[in-house]
Design a protein around this ligand. Structure first.
Ligand code: CAA
Length: 240
């Protein structure tokens, strides 16, 4: 069945691959972005997928944006919270701003977006929410106390909302990708990244499409019994 899907941070990386995969699966998809208008235009021109700009860290903007999409396309039945940033720095050098911006966007964005769609999902007795966590939320990472806290928070958030949504046909799951071939990972200093990749049993970065296919799996109408789960996709890294 065709559903209306929204992917935050949906014009590049894992988000863009997810939008394309959801569209291929027959859904009506909208992507959100913030601050990267050129990339959003390019994505829209290439895919035809509508794009909407707002900051997921701002509660009222999420309310407004979700209402706009619901009016234009239909009530949101699939939400993929993918928008996120890093501000990597060791804790003894981390500023409040570096802490707050990551928590507000990566974890606060999840709350703001879920809060904006949840009432309509409850009324319709159907919803699929997938929150993008990270291997670093499970394992921790040097220089990522902010990011790992946000990504670990997403897992507890997802399990709790899964409990609340279960009786209303709403599933909530997290995906914990390993290092994936995106601009975010490309920003890691090359010498450090080389060592990280060398420690991945599969021996390479994930492709964004390899994460996107898991999202499509989790949001299917026939995935109603999978909820509160965290799906790791990391080339075997977390076993090491
Ligand atoms: N483990 C142990 N020690 C480490 C270390 C590590 N992983 N990395 C660095 N150190 C050591 C250094 O050797 C150095 O030791 P000395 O002082 O004895 O020389 C010390 O820690 C300080 O290191 P730096 O001078 O490099 O510290 P810095 O503040 O300049 O840089 C950093 C720290 C910016 C965090 C840098 O280490 C870094 O970029 N690390 C990569 C972080 C990372 O993996 N981010 C992932 C981004 S992608 C993503 O997050 C997507 C996803 O979901 C997977």
């Amino acid at each position: 069945m065709t559903r209306t899907a929204v992917v935050t941070g949906g014009v590049t990386g894992i988000g863009a691959a997810t939008c394309i995969a959801l569209k291929k699966a027959g859904h009506q998809v909208a992507a959100t972005f913030f601050g990267n208008g050129d990339e959003a235009k390019k994505f829209h021109d290439q895919t035809g997928i509508p794009v909407y700009e707002w900051n997921v860290a701002v509660f009222d903007d999420c309310q407004r944006g979700v209402a706009e999409i619901a009016k234009a396309i239909g009530p949101i039945e699939i939400l993929v919270n993918n928008a996120g940033i890093t501000q990597d720095v060791t804790l003894h050098k981390m500023t409040c701003e570096q802490w707050r911006s990551v928590i507000d966007i990566d974890l606060g964005g999840c709350f703001n977006m879920c809060r904006a769609v949840i009432e309509s999902m409850r009324e319709r007795r159907f919803g699929r929410i997938v929150n993008i966590s990270s291997i670093n939320g499970l394992a921790g990472q040097f220089g990522q106390t902010n990011y790992a806290a946000a990504k670990a928070g997403i897992i507890g958030f997802s399990k709790s909302l899964a409990l609340e949504g279960a009786a209303r046909g709403i599933t909530v799951n997290a995906i914990a990708p390993g290092y994936t071939d995106t601009a975010m990972v490309a920003a890691v200093p090359q010498d450090i990244l080389k060592k990280i990749v060398a420690a991945v049993p599969v021996g390479r970065l994930a492709k964004p499409e390899e994460i996107a296919r898991a999202v499509v799996f989790l949001v299917g109408d026939d995935a109603g019994f999978i909820t509160g789960e965290t799906l790791s996709i990391n080339g075997g890294k977390y076993m090491q």
